[in-house]
Design a protein around this ligand. Structure first.
Ligand code: PLP
Length: 450
C-alpha cells in the first residue's frame, strides 16, 4: 500500500534526532539511521511520511487493539474535550465518563474486582498496586508484610519501582533498582528452556516448589504480594506450564499473599477475553492492572482494579483526617475515560473477543508452520500474542553468535517487505491489532518465512 504525502521527512528527522530523547533506544545507532516518521495509519496499516505502508504486526506496542483511524473514538474524545475537558477526581468530584467507565470495567473484570483506580500507563498501574498493597498491610497492623515476589524475565514497566519489579536482566543494565529489602525474584516459567528431561508437569512442580521455598525462606509474615503477567510479554512471550497460575494463586492463599495479575498486555481481548486471569487461567487475583488496550491506545489510560475485600480494608478511615494519599492529576481524565468507554463499546458491538477466539488458533497454527525452518527453535504464545524464537541449533537450543542481531535482522528484512514485527533480542514478537484478518495473517507469516 502507498499513499501520496507532502511531509518534509528530512526536516522532521533532523528535529527529532537533535531534540527528542527516544525511550528504550540505542542512541548511537539511532543517530546514524534516524527514525521512520510514522505519519498516518488506518486499520492494521501504518504509513511512513514518504507514503509507504506497512502491515503493523506490533499493534503500536501491543496496544492499538482496535486498529488505527477509528473515527468514533476520536469523536467521543473530541466531544468530551469540548463538553468538559478536565476536572480532578481527587476528593469529592468525578466526571461522567470516569464514573461510567469505573462501573463498566469492573463489571467485565474477574469476580470481586469491583473497584478501580485510574492512571495513564501500565507502570503507573503497577506502582499503584504496590503502594496500595503496602497501605493495606499497614492498615491491617502488619507493617512487616512488605516484600514482593516477582519473576526473572517478567516485565512490569519503567518507573523506578516498576522496573525494579521487572526481571529482565538486560533492562537493568546501567540503572539502579529498589533492593532486596522489597523485591525477591524467582524463575521464569519458560517451558522451552525448562531443565532437560523434565516433563511440563514436573516443571510445574519445580516452579511451585521454588515459590513456596522462597516464601518460607523470606518468612510468610514478610511477603505481601506476588506479581505476574498471565503470559510474559517483553520477557519473551513466555507461556507457563498448564495450571501454573492457579497453583501459585493457591499458594498465595495459603500464606496470605496477595496475587497481582499484570494484565497490561493480556486484558482487552489479546487472548480472546476482556481479562485472561479468570477466563483463561481459572483464578481470581486480588489486584489486576491493565492499560494499553483499555483505550486501544487512543489516549493514555490504565487501571488498578482491586477486590471488595481489599477495598473494605483500605477505605475504612482510621486516624481522624487520615487520607488515602495516592493518585495522579490525570487519574480518571475525562477524555481518556471517554476513549476507554468507546473502546469497550466497539469491542462488544464488533465482538472483538469472539474474533480473536476464532482467528487466534489459525494465527498460532500458521506461525507454527515456520517450525520446519532451521533457524526456528520455538513458536509460542496464544491468540494475538505470539513469538518466534530463533536459535543456532534446534537440538541444543544454543543461540547464534551476536544473538541480539538476529531478531533485528529479521525485523529489518520484514520491514523492507512491508511488514513490521518486533525484535526482542533473538526473538521476533507478534502482537498485531485484534482486527487482523486471515489474509493479513497469511501475508505476515509468508513474509517471515521469506
Ligand atoms: N506491564 C506489562 C506486562 C507491560 O508489557 C508493560 C509495557 O509494555 C507495562 C507493564 C508498562 O506499561 P507502560 O509502558 O504503559 O508504563
Amino acid at each position: 500500500a502507498r499513499r501520496n504525502f507532502a511531509y518534509d521527512t528530512e526536516a522532521i528527522r533532523a528535529k527529532d534526532v537533535a531534540h527528542h530523547v527516544h525511550p528504550w533506544t540505542d542512541f548511537a545507532d539511532f543517530e546514524k539511521t534516524g527514525s521512520m516518521v510514522v505519519a498516518e495509519a488506518e486499520g492494521a496499516t501504518i504509513y511512513d511520511s514518504e507514503g509507504q505502508g506497512y502491515l503493523d504486526g506490533i499493534g503500536g506496542l501491543w496496544c492499538v487493539n482496535l486498529g488505527y483511524g477509528r473515527d468514533e473514538i476520536a469523536q467521543a474524545m473530541a466531544d468530551q474535550a469540548r463538553r468538559m475537558v478536565y476536572y480532578s477526581s481527587f476528593g469529592h468530584h468525578t466526571s461522567v465518563p470516569a464514573a461510567e467507565l469505573a462501573a463498566k470495567v469492573t463489571g467485565l473484570a474477574p469476580a470481586g474486582l469491583n473497584h478501580v483506580l485510574f492512571g495513564t500507563g501500565g507502570s503507573m498501574a503497577n506502582d499503584t498496586a504496590i503502594r496500595i498493597v503496602h497501605f493495606y498491610f499497614n492498615r491491617l497492623g502488619k507493617p512487616r508484610k512488605k516484600k514482593i515476589i516477582t519473576r526473572h524475565d517478567g516485565y512490569h514497566g519503567s518507573t523506578y519501582l516498576a522496573m525494579s519489579l521487572t526481571g529482565v536482566a538486560f533492562d537493568h543494565q546501567g540503572f539502579d533498582l529498589v533492593g532486596e529489602e522489597l523485591i525477591a525474584r524467582i524463575s521464569a516459567p519458560n517451558c522451552y528452556r525448562r531443565p532437560a528431561g523434565t516433563t511440563e508437569a514436573e516443571f510445574l512442580d519445580l516452579l511451585a516448589g521454588e515459590f513456596e521455598a522462597k516464601v518460607l525462606e523470606l518468612g510468610p509474615e514478610t511477603v505481601a504480594a506476588f506479581i505476574a503477567e498471565p503470559i510474559m510479554g517483553a520477557g519473551g512471550v513466555v507461556v507457563a506450564p498448564a495450571g501454573y497460575h492457579r497453583r501459585i494463586w493457591e499458594l498465595c492463599r495459603k500464606y496470605e499473599i496477595l496475587y497481582i495479575a499484570d494484565e497490561v498486555v493480556t486484558a482487552f481481548g489479546r487472548l480472546g477475553h476482556f481479562f485472561a486471569s479468570e477466563a483463561v487461567f481459572g483464578m481470581q487475583p486480588d489486584i489486576l492492572t491493565c492499560a494499553k488496550g483499555f483505550s486501544s491506545a487512543y489516549a493514555p489510560l490504565s487501571g488498578t482494579l482491586i477486590s471488595d475485600a481489599f477495598h473494605e480494608v483500605i477505605s475504612v478511615p482510621q486516624a481522624p483526617g487520615a487520607l488515602f494519599t495516592h493518585g495522579f492529576t490525570y487519574s480518571g481524565h475525562p477524555v481518556c475515560c471517554a476513549a476507554g468507554l468507546k473502546t469497550i463499546e466497539i469491542m462488544e458491538r464488533e465482538d472483538i473477543c469472539g474474533h480473536v477466539r476464532r482467528v487466534g488458533p489459525y494465527f498460532e497454527r500458521r506461525l507454527k508452520s515456520l517450525s520446519d525452518l532451521p533457524l526456528v527453535g520455538d513458536v509460542r504464545g496464544s491468540h494475538f500474542m505470539l513469538c518466534v524464537e530463533n536459535v543456532a541449533d534446534k537440538e541444543t537450543k544454543a543461540l547464534l553468535p551476536g544473538e541480539v542481531q538476529i531478531g533485528k535482522r529479521i525485523a529489518a528484512a520484514a520491514q523492507a517487505r512491508g511488514v513490521l514485527v518486533r525484535p526482542i533480542a533473538h526473538l521476533n514478537v507478534l502482537s498485531p491489532p485484534l482486527i487482523l484478518t486471515e489474509a493479513q495473517i497469511d501475508r505476515m507469516v509468508e513474509t517471515l518465512r521469506d
